[in-house]
Ligand binder design. Structure first.
Ligand code: IPM
Ligand code: MG
Length: 365
């Protein structure tokens, strides 16, 4: 039997409630497969700052080091609450970015997926959605503006200034592009390369490297597209996209837009893959305004579990079962309130009922 140690970092806001649903699913998966999970719960984010004085406390670091993989909920507080935390210990800077950096999880997979029966969730017109939306955004996650040198100062005449740098070296670019090509090979063999080479020399280098490695993947058709044009195209004709690859900041923005065209960020799971360790998290934030009310959508969290089972544990069938179970809950007309704009026939359910329904569906397959 294979045993996996999983560091479970529920985090802030809605993190704990959606994580509970993910754990229900994991429990069932463990029961009926030749696999065992050792769950280790760690403090992470603003809650960790208040309990341990650090957003990514040493004991959580040690736990993550020891774990085979990491399942993360959401982090962050509302604006006013965040002000109580020193800038360097705020959860994004103090926990999330260090987590990404420590395990070098450079390849961020963000599926933007709307199965055909669920097109009513999307704010886009049915004729634009056509056969449904099925995109894989691949975002570089440990370079670019997020991790480049940052400085701030004051000029002699008292003017405040800042400088942030968008940094990549060719190895960083090459490895993410290989991931993108390999993903395209497993899918429709079309790769949209999102860039801004009319302005940024980082994109010029990115595109040069892409041209160098493209001959290794002769079956893949590369389609270059400027990032601003890609934003428009995602709204006007999302069906043209299959795999999209882009640098960190572009990926942050366009993947949220992905959530927008689906109808909710609650539908955006993700996988953050490194060569040695990977972690899994919803793409959305901690929604402090609705925390504790049992109304958050656990889809992205449970979808992140599905990605973990597939990408780290080799449990592809269970992963597929989970996707199907989630879809069934929706096609039966149930949904959490974030998708309430999608029609009058929706039967509202809470976070925990959503989790229970997934488990009930899973038990039937
Ligand atoms: C995301 C989030 C993070 C990011 C924030 C919380 C720092 O928006 O994972 O997309 O910008 O990467
Ligand atoms: Mg984001």
């Amino acid at each position: 039997m294979k045993n996996f140690k999983i560091a479970v970092l529920a985090g802030d806001g809605i993190g704990p409630e959606i994580m509970n649903q993910a754990l229900k699913v994991l429990e069932l998966v463990e029961k009926r497969n030749d696999v065992s999970f050792e769950l280790m719960q760690g403090n992470f984010g603003a809650c960790a700052y208040f309990s341990d004085g650090k957003a990514f406390p040493d004991k959580t670091i040690a736990m993550c080091d020891e774990a085979d993989t990491i399942l993360k909920g959401t982090i962050g507080l509302g604006h006013a609450e965040s002000q109580k935390i020193p800038v360097e210990e705020r959860p994004e800077r103090g926990a999330l970015l260090p987590l990404r950096k420590r395990y070098n999880t450079y390849a961020n997979f963000r599926p933007v997926s709307l199965p055909p029966g669920l097109s009513h969730f999307s704010p886009l017109k049915p004729e634009i959605i056509g056969e449904g939306i099925e995109i894989m955004i691949i975002r570089e996650l440990v370079g670019g503006l997020y991790f480049g040198e940052k400085r701030r100062g004051v000029t002699e005449d008292g003017k405040r200034w800042v400088k942030e740098t968008l940094e990549y070296d060719e190895d960083q670019i090459r490895r993410i592009l290989h991931v993108a090509f390999k993903t395209a090979m497993k899918r429709k063999k079309v790769l949209h390369n999102i860039h801004k080479s009319n302005v940024l020399i980082s994109s010029v280098l990115w595109n040069e490297i892409l041209d160098e490695i493209a001959p290794e993947y002769p079956e893949v058709t590369v389609k270059p597209l400027l990032v601003d044009a890609a934003a428009t195209a995602l709204c006007l004709n999302p069906g043209q996209f299959d795999v999209m690859v882009m640098e960190n900041m572009f990926g942050d923005i366009l993947s949220d837009q992905g959530g927008g065209i689906l109808g909710s960020l609650g539908l955006m799971p993700s996988a953050c893959i490194g060569d040695k360790k990977s972690y899994f998290e919803p793409s959305h934030g901690s929604a402090p305004d609705i925390a504790g009310q049992n109304i958050a959508n656990p889809y992205a969290m449970i979808g992140s579990v599905a990605m973990m089972l597939d990408m780290v544990m080799g449990l592809e069938q269970e992963s597929r079962n989970i996707w199907k179970a989630m879809q069934s809950v929706f096609t039966e007309g149930y949904s959490t309130p974030d998708l309430s704009n999608s029609g009058s026939n929706i039967k509202m359910i809470g976070t925990d009922v959503f989790g229970d329904k997934i488990v009930a569906h899973l038990k039937r397959v």
